[in-house]
Design a protein around this ligand. Sequence first.
Ligand SMILES: [Zn+2]
Length: 336
Amino acid sequence: MVGGNRAGKMKELAEIITAVDGQQIKNHLFHLAKDPLPCRCLNVSRPGVLTNTLYEADRYLISFMQSWGYRIEREIVAVQAFQPDTAVAWGFRKPLPDEPWYAALNIWATRAGQGQSPGAIVLVAHKDSQSWLKCAPGGHDNAIGVAALLEIARILADKLLNSSLRLLFCNEEHWPWTSRAAAQRFSRSDTKALAVFNVDSIAGQSEADRLAGRRPHVLRYGTSEGEELADQIIQLNAELELGLEVRKVHCPKPNDDDGSFLLAGVRPTLLHIGSLPYAEPHYHTLDDCAEVVDIELAAQSTRLIVAAAVDCDRRAAADLNGDMSPKRHILQTTSD
Ligand SMILES: [Zn+2]
């Protein structure tokens, strides 16, 4: 892309991300991880409420997404809750076959693209909280990722995007991870992923980072396409002067919900997370509550993800229009 186009695009991205509102993110986080929902589990219901807390969270998400004009699809996956087990390192074990089964919902929210691009930008966040602990709030893991996706959905609902925008709210703290079914179905569809961003624990950080006032943001990739995306995002952070300490980490073995997409053959996939190796001290404890999440860090990371999503859309549109990517520019000038 030639210099003028890039400057214009960066100006546009800078304008779009000013709409990210930390208060909106905080409202969603507290609703999902404190009041009224103390957790998001298929095996935990609030007193006097007939349905479980994860279904209550589902309804909350769907009502917002529909109010912004997204089309909702529900995909049912049979899962079991993990079980507490202090004899193993993480304090939980996989369920046994005869333990209870539940119907978990993958919720897909889609906004069709308004341009020629057949591609999709896919944003993923797991919405459940630790089912093996009785009523763990999962503020960092991953109510904040869900809150960030809701804020991204709000902001992009009225933006002109050439590509479609697909948000997947899945479940990774029950077994099996429901993103596996979603990713396999997605990979069999006609839709080409321009990017898949798994947003999980974006404000999670070590005590040392917190004390030093650092603003970490890690991009984990497993393919060359993922690394290329990570490099573009590192550049966006610098040019937009977001002040995050963004670094990329290679992961040779697919894992988590981004791993589900990689295993399904969807290559331009990244995990956005606060720290790696994950050093958030509240990880998978009953103290991982809404109050311990750094909202400003989450908001800044959300701005970066919004910018990255729109940047992917603009790149795809430019490619489609035969615009000048650096590589093409060189090819064209040398062949003249
Ligand atoms: Zn998580």
